[in-house]
Design a protein around this ligand. Structure first.
Ligand code: WTA
Length: 645
């Protein structure tokens, strides 16, 4: 049985799309009817993009965990909600049924209450990919606390900045996390982040690696002790009593920090009802999920993809979601295929980076792996090159599984432009058509809609969206003006994505990449300004400029041009010193791939760095650098070209 709002034919897609644009309020009310509301909404949609103010299902009362868990218990209580796959294949897999998930989430919600967490409080979650991370996230949602998950690759400094920005008072973490053959000492990183911190009241520590940890009396408590205590409070005769807090549709659900073109990451805020409807609707339609399917999204819950398509989307649909603790190449490059084989995965959703990395190991890791359960493949996070697309289609899908190329962003909550598996046509390298409710258009620099095709018959421009869909961000935490200037002020009355795109005559979109100063490294966003700030914090650095360059596996690599003072040791040692500083300031994920030492940077007379030139040089282009006559010192270009790494 498909879901009532599941689109099952191309014709229905066109009809639904048309209706979603012509009468959005009745369209989304019909979808929202399929959820559990304590009280229905008064108004489906109210909005303007000038403030911006966006309100979906205003007046509605609900709790998202009742939609993700409680309402499934009667029919699906014994069915797996999560299949947790440990880093080490020799360790025990954990199947978390809906009943078990309910119990654990309720227990943890009680733990939060016992530790003084109230509705609206910010709880920072810095954990590895263990089931307890899901209990922590959903436990927050159950009592209306706002979760802010921080990816395990961020440094103490990054955590401290985020804790401060979110004014968080509570942290949930692990002693350590396993990732491939590494143990990451999460609690110790948290301890560093908390030096001098006066706002954090409580740190709850789950034991995963049993790494020695410091536990400060009065501040740090063990997860296991707290859970045991909570269990005794909420369970009597095998019945769990832990009511969910009634929330307003527009109350914030979570904050997730993401990089933009300015120096400091911003806290993207999603609110409850719109995000719930959107992740569910896009999950069911993009992947054509059918009850009983096993869905495997390989992302980390530290990123939006994990929030939306490991947890909220699949769980709100009563689905079964695989949660994987490890990395694709541990213990060997056949790990994903093992998981698909062993757990009979039907839908696999991963990043082009992972595909390209696995491609480089050849077909040996696929030998003896039964992938016949796969029905649908998906990609996310960055443009996919045709070679990787075909490798995925040929070798993993055996040309029998539709491949969906899903374009979306942290700010959009769920997929916006994508084909729908087997329903709308795929086109390698193209994200194709918008989801119902999404009205994309391409504009030129002045915000004028592009209507003239280029020589290839394609429209080319900056990608904007005309009207709100339920999953759009509502604000950036603590700074609404920043939300306005970042997304709604570049072009009047439009949401600006920061991406460039092409559109063909059939209405398909191809995303070409960021047009702002944001890099996409292995599908992770990092701002060049943020990177430059980190590099400039290194003692010997006088100035730096960072650009992206094409990288075979990562999609984009980080190329840094650095003007340096007196070196202690040779260039190689100095590079390593700079890596250390960047790892401290942002985290290991931001390590530059290349650092070229230069004596000057190409600047205009007004002092602006001409990144266009630096990008071209990093890309291996030595001729056609464009007009360099406006540079303060055109001679520097020659030096940079000669020193290219
Ligand atoms: C890029 C990840 C091309 C894009 C869900 C976007 C993509 C940024 C695709 C958001 C895709 C994401 N094709 N580019 N299918 N999906 N992007 O916030 O540049 O981590 O703006 O969200 O990734 O990254 P974020």
């Amino acid at each position: 049985m498909p879901y009532p709002y599941q689109i099952t034919s191309l014709e229905q897609y066109h009809n639904d799309y048309k209706r979603s644009v012509e009468e959005p309020e009745t369209f989304w009310a019909d979808v929202a009817e399929n959820f559990y509301w304590r009280k229905k909404w008064d108004r489906v949609l109210e909005w303007n993009f000038t403030e911006p103010k966006i309100e979906w299902f205003k007046g509605g009362k609900l709790n998202i965990t009742e939609n993700c868990i409680d309402r499934h218990l009667e029919k699906l209580g014994d069915k797996p909600a999560l299949i947790w796959v440990p880093n080490d294949p020799e360790d025990r897999t954990r199947i978390v049924t809906y009943n078990r998930l309910h119990k654990r989430v309720c227990q943890f919600a009680q733990v939060l209450i016992n530790n003084g967490v109230q509705k609206g409080d910010r709880v920072c979650i810095y954990m590895g990919m263990v089931p307890e991370l899901s209990y922590a996230v959903l436990g927050c949602a159950r009592i209306g606390a706002i979760h802010s998950v921080i990816f395990g690759g961020f440094s103490a400094q990054s955590i401290a900045d985020r804790l401060y920005d979110a004014q968080a008072e509570f942290i949930v973490t692990c002693d350590g996390a396993y990732r491939g053959n590494k143990d990451i000492p999460l609690k110790s990183i948290i301890d560093d982040a908390l030096i001098g911190n006066r706002t954090i009241k409580r740190v709850i520590v789950y034991t995963r690696t049993r790494t020695p940890v410091s536990m400060l009396k009065g501040r740090d408590v063990w997860w296991e002790d707290e859970m045991e205590h909570a269990e005794a409070q909420i369970e009597k005769d095998n019945v769990i009593t832990m009511p969910a807090t009634e929330m307003d549709a527009e109350d914030p659900l979570f904050i997730l920090y993401t990089s933009g073109s300015t120096g400091k990451p911003k806290g993207v805020v999603h609110s409850i009802a719109g995000y719930m409807v959107w992740t569910n609707y896009t999950f069911v339609n993009t992947f054509q999920y059918k009850p009983g399917d096993v869905f495997f999204c390989t992302a980390d819950i530290g990123w939006i993809t994990g929030h939306s398509y490991i947890l909220y989307g699949p769980l709100s649909a009563g689905g079964t979601s695989v949660m994987f603790e490890g990395v694709p190449t541990f213990p060997d490059a056949g790990r994903f295929w093992d998981i698909v084989d062993k757990h009979k995965v039907n839908i696999l959703y991963t990043a082009p980076t992972a595909i390209r990395s696995l491609m480089s190991y050849g077909l040996d890791p696929l030998k003896g792996k039964d992938l016949s359960t796969l029905k649908v493949l998906g990609t996310v996070g960055e443009p996919i090159n045709e070679e990787a697309w075909h490798w995925y289609d040929d070798n993993i899908g055996k040309n029998k599984c539709p491949v969906v190329d899903t374009w979306w962003q942290t700010e959009t909550g769920g997929t916006l432009i994508t084909n729908m598996a087997g329903v709308t046509p795929a086109k390698p390298g193209w994200a194709t058509l918008p989801m119902p409710g999404v009205q994309p258009l391409l504009v030129d620099e002045n915000g004028k809609e592009v209507t003239e095709p280029n020589a290839d018959g394609l429209l080319k421009g900056n990608l904007c969206i005309k009207a709100p869909w339920p999953g759009i961000l509502r604000t950036t935490y603590g700074d609404h003006e920043r939300c306005r200037t970042n997304y709604f002020a570049t072009y009047e009355n439009l949401y600006f994505t920061g991406d460039g795109a092409l559109k063909d005559k059939d209405g398909n979109f191809r995303i070409t990449g960021r047009v702002d100063d944001v890099l996409n490294i292995s599908g992770h966003r990092i701002g060049t300004a943020e990177l430059e700030n980190a590099i400039n914090m290194h003692a010997g650095v006088i100035e730096s400029a960072v650009v992206g360059y094409p990288h075979d596996i990562k999609g984009q690599g980080i190329y840094a041009y650095v003007i340096y003072g007196h070196m202690h040791g040779d260039e190689e040692q100095t590079r390593k010193d700079i890596f250390q500083t960047v790892s401290r300031v942002i985290g290991a994920i931001a390590k530059p791939d290349k650092i070229q030492f230069v004596t000057g940077l190409p600047k205009t007379r007004s002092g602006k760095i001409m990144r266009r030139i630096l990008r071209k040089i990093a890309d291996g282009e030595t001729e056609n650098l464009g007009d360099i006559s406006t540079l303060l010192d055109p001679g520097v270009v020659e030096e940079i070209k000669n020193g290219k790494l």
